[in-house]
Design a protein. Structure first.
Lengths: 429, 284
């Protein structure tokens, strides 16, 4: 009897130990890296070389800043308090590693970069890119391989109309932005009594430019504007003499442009050459980057652009000021702007999702992205927040209008946030 | 506005013309189609860009250096590659120069990366207004340089020993050989002169547009159309073809549907082939 009791006691001990071992074993082997992940790999694609290299460099500067915020401790509020700890807190302090790909602003190169990141580097999630035409192709790769991707900069509405389940976009798209531009023009016409009846559309010929052209063409009549000429031009054109002379001949009240950096610069040079003095409202990008301001100085000639940033936000959004300082510290002298603001929000959203997922499991990250609800107080731009609809499109986010005054962009609309009066009647060049 | 379009078109066309003349020289004298022509234009632009960044030279000042460098590159290209395919079937020649285009473009791509680069112009910038026409100073200088280049080419071909040798080789290579003219040397000089002309265009263009590894491809295409329009082998035909392309693209872009600007060149080209297959000034 005593032997039986001793045996049973030993058996219980052994059994208990086995159960505990089994539990620990099961937890550590229960699928891909759970709480003890050492490193989270994110594939990030930007146009680091090619015609949009300046834009790509801008984006990379901000992702480098966010990487520092995540992997080191900073006294800055963030969802899940990610920035105050080192690494992602819900993944046992796992370090985040960005593996960069360069799309050179070309869809085929972007596709190759995405394929490499997914199949060779085996990243856990992705972010990128800028040009809508390239984002279209990259997201086809991530959808095929079921890798979650966050896009913070491409604005073609079609990107979130494809029924993709792994693509999430934090930036508003062209319909929102064009709506802002048209509302501004109508408000300007009504409140300032200006003659704004005819409009010329001058857009580059890739997906971004032509989607913007489609949206504005369809919506102009609702705002009392007549499209008098539609000029699609080849991106990376070597000469725009014909286009500018056509505008001079047509003489619209306002010109709407969607241009990347080099095209915006070429057009502005040609406008000056032919003394074209028609107000321009631009769809951001080439007309918003500091490169435009630095290239032209006073010859920015009061170009207006839809924007999401103005310098006054450095005072009204403390996080923006911190980020501005961090950008300048790593050598990005232009500091905070609309592009870096949007990239910050995209990267933050992805990091927040992975942290909430507590895992590098792609389905878990996808689910976490679908459940994203980041309040506006954590963002570097004045948006309500980040929350995705069933198509993966952020339901929040809006734009303002800014105008170049020498080398600076100043907010001009809505009226309550304007820093200066709108210059509509242009002086001589 | 029509006069302005024509004036702007002529100024732009003068650059296309000088690129086309270089191309037609090689075809007219050696019957080799040089698909790498645009790539050499790009090389000239990079030479001017590098000299601008290192020494602060305006490309107009770097032009003689680019001309000399490209002249010797042309001779080198002939002596190492082209001479081997002189008697090869045409398709073989086409593929060889096509391959050369890719090798040059992607070598530069690897070294310089595809970032777009621009030269900051500090003199002969701005616009003059002549009888209501806006004329870009940079383009006026370009047109003048092109005119000088044509004059120089004319004098070279008509009055120098090498030029006469090149013309003799063009007319009848066997007779030229029999007369003691070293036709291999004439062919090498032809390549050198062709690329020297492209170097002039490259220096001009580097002041106006951005430099990147594939910038020459578009101009190479325009040059082919100009040569075919003007007539293969005709220098004055290439000149006329280049000017026509400049004017047609500008006028079409202003008065017709803007996106038809580029297709209009090819439409005119096809029309010329139908009506006058040898080109406007081509040989019979």
């Amino acid at each position: 009897m005593r032997q039986k009791k001793t045996f049973m006691k030993r058996g219980q001990k052994i059994g208990t130990v086995l159960v505990i071992c089994g539990a620990v074993f099961g937890l550590t082997l229960g699928g891909p890296a759970m709480l003890s992940a050492k490193e989270v790999k994110i594939g990030v694609i930007w146009p680091l070389t090619g015609p949009n290299a300046y834009l790509g460099g801008t984006c990379k500067s901000m992702t480098d800043v966010v990487l520092d915020l995540i992997n080191n401790s900073h006294d800055i509020d963030s969802p899940g308090d990610m920035f105050r700890s080192k690494g992602l807190p819900n993944l046992g302090g796992a370090t985040v590693k960005f593996i960069y790909g360069d799309d050179e602003a070309k869809p085929d190169v972007g596709r190759s970069a995405a394929e490499r990141l997914v199949t060779v580097d085996k990243v856990d999630a992705m972010q990128g890119t800028v040009m809508s035409g390239v984002s279209t192709v990259i997201s086809q790769v991530t959808e095929k391989y079921q890798v979650p991707i966050v896009n913070s900069n491409s604005t073609s509405p079609k990107l979130t109309q494809r029924g993709f389940k792994w693509f999430f976009r934090t930036t508003p798209h062209a319909k929102t932005f064009i709506g802002t531009i048209l509302a501004f023009l109508k408000d300007l016409r009504d409140k300032k009594n200006l003659k704004i009846e005819t409009i010329a559309i001058v857009c580059e010929d890739t997906q971004w430019g032509q989607d913007a052209a489609d949206v504005i063409r369809k919506n102009c009549p609702k705002y009392g504007l007549k499209v008098v000429v539609d000029i699609p031009y080849a991106q990376e054109s070597t000469s725009v003499e014909a286009e500018v002379l056509n505008l001079k001949k047509t003489n619209p009240d306002v010109i709407f442009m969607s241009s990347y950096d080099n095209d915006a610069i070429l057009f502005q040079k040609t406008y000056k050459k032919y003394n074209l003095n028609i107000p321009i409202v631009a769809n951001n990008t080439g007309h918003t980057n500091q490169l435009f301001g630095d290239t032209f100085g006073k010859d920015t000639h009061f170009v207006m652009t839809r924007d999401m940033w103005s310098a006054s936000m450095l005072e009204t959004i403390p996080l923006a000021k911190r980020l501005d300082e961090m950008l300048k510290k790593i050598g990005f002298k232009a500091g905070m702007n609309e592009t870096t603001g949007r990239v910050f929000i995209g990267t933050l959203t992805l990091m927040d999702a992975i942290n909430r997922a507590g895992s590098t499991d792609k389905k878990a990250i996808q689910k976490a992205l679908q459940e994203t609800n980041i309040p506006g107080s954590y963002l570097a731009l004045p948006w309500e927040g980040v929350k995705f609809d069933s198509n993966g499109q952020n339901m929040y986010g809006g734009a303002i209008m800014t105008q170049w005054h020498d080398r600076q962009l100043k907010a001009i609309w809505p009226w309550q946030i304007s820093e200066t009066d709108v210059v509509w009647k242009l002086p001589s060049w | 506005m029509l006069l302005q379009s024509i004036a702007s078109g002529l100024l732009v066309g003068s650059v296309y013309a000088i690129i086309a003349v270089g191309l037609t020289l090689i075809w007219g004298i050696m019957e080799v189609v040089n698909f790498a022509h645009g790539s050499y234009l790009m090389l000239s632009m990079y030479i001017c860009y590098v000299l601008h960044m290192l020494m602060g030279f305006d490309p107009l000042l770097s032009m003689p250096i680019a001309v000399v460098i490209l002249f010797f590159i042309g001779i080198g290209t002939y002596k190492t590659i082209i001479f081997r395919i002189m008697n090869a079937p045409m398709l073989f020649q086409i593929f060889t120069t096509f391959a050369l285009q890719f090798i040059i473009n992607y070598t530069v791509f690897l070294i310089a990366k595809p970032t777009f680069r621009t030269v900051k112009i500090t003199f002969l910038d701005g616009v003059v207004k002549v009888k209501g026409l806006f004329l870009d100073n940079a383009m006026i200088v370009s047109a003048l340089v092109c005119v000088l280049a044509f004059l120089f080419l004319h004098i070279f071909l008509q009055f120098t020993k090498i030029g006469k040798g090149i013309r003799a080789t063009t007319d009848n290579p066997r007779a030229a050989l029999a007369l003691g003219i070293d036709i291999e040397k004439m062919y090498a000089y032809t390549w050198g002169v062709s690329l020297a002309l492209v170097a002039v265009a490259g220096a001009i263009l580097s002041r106006i547009i951005y430099t990147h590894p594939t910038v020459g491809d578009k101009f190479g295409l325009f040059a082919f159309v100009a040569v075919a329009l003007g007539g293969f082998g005709s220098i004055y035909g290439a000149l006329l073809g280049g000017l026509m392309i400049g004017v047609v693209t500008t006028v079409t872009g202003v008065y017709a549907i803007p996106w038809f600007k580029l297709p209009s060149i090819f439409a005119i080209f096809i029309l010329t082939l139908i009506v006058r297959p040898r080109g406007l000034l081509g040989w019979k």
